[in-house]
Design a protein around this ligand. Structure first.
Ligand code: ZN
Length: 307
């Protein structure tokens, strides 16, 4: 079915509507250069959403799954730190993780000799991190909290930027708080990607990745690169994560089916662990860099230098 294309405007934000859900439109915004919902929720409105979210994260399943998959997560994290170490001088090893979750990424870095700190809005996740003897502040990263945390060589943000009402403002603040030659590592969902569009346009899948107001922004490799470049960074490396939506194209429908989802996730972990444990981690990097060139992969992983 071909939907009617419409241009919509909200305040200074204007662009083609690419999806609509839950009373929001997603537009390809000409002002921002990436897709986001309109109207953009206010911080007050979001606080309500995050409260609800905390409740969900409080459920034991969240941490339990992290623990179950921890061996795989550590492999993922080692690859991230190795990439950062490639681009940074040896004496630059301080890192802030914004939205540090249960703290396992920080712990992995600490064990490699990095000086690490986190800031995390969920009280449960903050307490879990503190239980691992990690230095984690409870709260949101903002003009108020940033100066107290100080300056860093690396600021990491994994699955955060899609939730933020004003990503430009946040990246500008991060730029200010980074040391000279500092770096950012950003992970966001790769939305409206080529596999998802095949599923939507030819196989009757609804755009399941559209989730307002929880997800405000919908990035891809190009739009995230342009955004960080406008905020004073130079992109040095881009990788995808595993294109999990390929399972849908192969007939394993995990949408809304947790059991199938876990099975697909398990296969993906097996694949990556087999490659990594056999010493073929470099091939994994080449493969995921090539996927990034094609716009494929469930997430965008982007490394950039402060200019
Ligand atoms: Zn906009």
């Amino acid at each position: 079915m071909i939907e009617e294309l419409a241009i919509k405007k909200w305040q200074d934000h204007e662009g083609m509507v690419v999806a609509s859900d839950n009373g929001f439109d997603v537009i390809g915004c000409g002002l921002c250069g990436f897709k986001h919902i309109i109207p953009i929720p206010t911080v007050d409105e979001l606080e309500h959403v995050y409260q609800h979210d905390y409740y969900k994260q409080e459920k034991p399943l969240y941490l339990e799954r992290y623990q179950d998959d921890l061996e795989w997560w550590n492999m993922v994290y080692v690859r991230r730190y190795e990439t950062l170490e490639q681009y940074l001088p040896n004496d630059q090893r301080s890192l802030l993780d914004i939205g540090s979750g249960p703290g396992f990424f920080l712990l992995n870095g600490q064990e490699r000799g990095w000086q690490v700190q986190g800031i995390e809005p969920s009280i449960q996740a903050t307490e879990h991190s503190r239980g691992l003897n990690l230095d984690v502040e409870h709260g949101f990263y903002s003009e108020q909290t940033a100066p107290e945390l100080g300056a860093f060589d690396v600021i990491n943000m994994s699955l955060v930027l899609e939730h933020i009402p004003d990503p430009t403002q946040l990246l500008t603040l991060i730029h200010k708080q980074l040391n000279d030659n500092g770096m950012i590592c950003i992970v966001v969902p790769n939305d409206f990607n080529p596999f998802q569009l095949v599923l939507r346009d030819h196989l009757d899948f609804k755009p399941w990745w559209v989730a307002p107001p929880h997800h405000i922004n919908y990035f891809d490799f190009n739009s995230l690169s342009s955004l960080v470049e406008r905020c004073g960074f130079r992109v040095v490396h881009k990788e995808s994560t595993f294109p999990i939506d390929m399972f849908l194209l192969m007939g394993a429908n995990y949408i809304g089916n947790d059991e199938v989802g876990r099975a697909c996730h398990s296969k993906r972990m097996n694949f990556e662990k087999s490659m990594s444990d056999s010493g073929s981690g470099a091939m994994l990097t080449s493969l995921y860099s090539a996927f990034a060139q094609q716009g494929i992969g469930r997430e965008v992983v982007l490394y950039a230098n402060k200019l």
